[in-house]
Design a binder for this molecule. Structure first.
Ligand code: NAD
Ligand code: KPL
Length: 305
């Protein structure tokens, strides 16, 4: 019998992973916030995944955080700003050989979690898969992609990657996961805040070429200074390529703001500005962008952390 996957967070990515593992008969359990959420989930009868227009319900077993069973493998599938508190709550349940897979976008939350549970192996992930919720316990698989997983302190791939292959979850073990996460963070910093401030789709940034280019220069400087030169390579060209390739899309931050949801700003632009300050690097445009974004979020009554 293989090790059970505990999935924390029955949101978009948590559902996408839990349902694919369950349909491949890999043992998986959901961890829901509290007894009320558990009762609501049980009444719904399971998680529904909509793929290629077809909806299928998977009765993945679920429990609350205070369940007594030890956790050996935990997929942390909440937002970056919830990860530390969510894992703290589960710390007493982590077995001595526990492994955590951290799916959060941006940077900062992963190190915070890893510091909190030093006995556990923390694997960082970066995903280009896309999913969104269109109802409680119901997720649309919107964009096929890839998930890179890696452990900066221990380059050997875990054996359970086989579970992901069996479940049809496209993935690759990465020996430079931090470089991948920094590259993605830089792309997100160059694109997402501007789409919010200019109220446009990604393609709308083609009209703000100079502003994007200036940010790319500063982000390149930051990546080089913080020991990530590979993440800095041809950054501006890639940003322009992504803007073109995703021209019709709204960025994830744009969608969060449009739906009055808290953004992950502290783990994206906020993290970039914090690391720059730590290196005593003066990046005026990046700092100004952060201030403009914070002011804008406040004007909408949204949190800026
Ligand atoms: P989501 O908001 O859809 O889901 C998060 C879930 O975690 C929610 O259901 C929330 O209630 C739950 N949660 C939070 N704290 C909890 C706790 N203490 N106990 C139990 N449940 C808790 O978020 P998402 O879109 O799945 O994103 C998760 C992470 O993945 C984010 O960092 C996001 O940026 C990243 N990501 C998402 C996508 C995507 O397409 N959705 C793609 C790539 C990366
Ligand atoms: O990842 C993205 C997002 O919207 O979060 C892209 C499409 C790359 C834009 O930054």
């Amino acid at each position: 019998m293989s090790t059970t996957w505990h999935v924390l967070g029955a949101g978009s990515l948590g559902t996408l992973w839990a349902t694919r593992l369950a349909r491949a008969d890999v043992p998986v359990k959901l961890i829901l916030r509290d007894a009320a959420r558990l009762a609501a989930y049980q009444a719904a009868g399971g998680l529904t995944l909509v793929e290629h227009g077809e909806a299928k319900c998977y009765p993945v077993p679920a429990e609350t955080p205070d369940h007594p069973e030890p956790i050996h493998r935990l997929l942390v599938a909440c937002k970056a700003y919830d990860a530390e508190a969510a894992v703290a709550q589960l710390a007493p349940r982590l077995a001595p050989d526990a492994e955590l897979i951290l799916l959060q976008n941006g940077l900062g939350s992963q190190d915070a979690v890893a510091t909190q549970v030093p006995q556990a192996r923390c694997i960082y992930a970066s995903s280009t898969e896309g999913a969104f919720r269109d109802g409680d316990w119901r997720v649309i698989f919107a964009g096929h992609g890839y998930t890179w997983l890696g452990d900066a302190g221990h380059p050997v791939a875990p054996i359970w990657l086989d579970d992901l292959s069996i479940a049809g979850i496209p993935h690759e073990w990465s020996t430079d996961i931090l470089t991948r996460l920094w590259r993605k963070l830089a792309l997100n910093c160059a694109i997402n805040p501007l789409t919010v401030l200019h109220d446009c789709r990604n393609g709308g940034l083609q009209e703000h070429h100079c502003e994007v280019a200036t940010l790319c220069v500063e982000l390149t400087e930051l990546l080089e200074r913080c020991g990530q030169p590979a993440a800095a390579e041809d950054l501006q060209q890639e940003v322009e390529r992504v803007i073109q390739a995703t021209a019709a899309n709204y960025s994830s931050m744009y969608q969060d703001v449009a739906n009055q949801r808290r953004t992950e700003i502290s783990y994206l632009l906020g993290h970039a500005c914090k690391v720059a300050a730590r290196h005593q690097l003066n990046l005026p445009h990046l700092n100004q962008l952060e201030q403009r974004l914070i002011t804008h979020l406040h004007s909408l009554g949204l949190p800026s952390d």
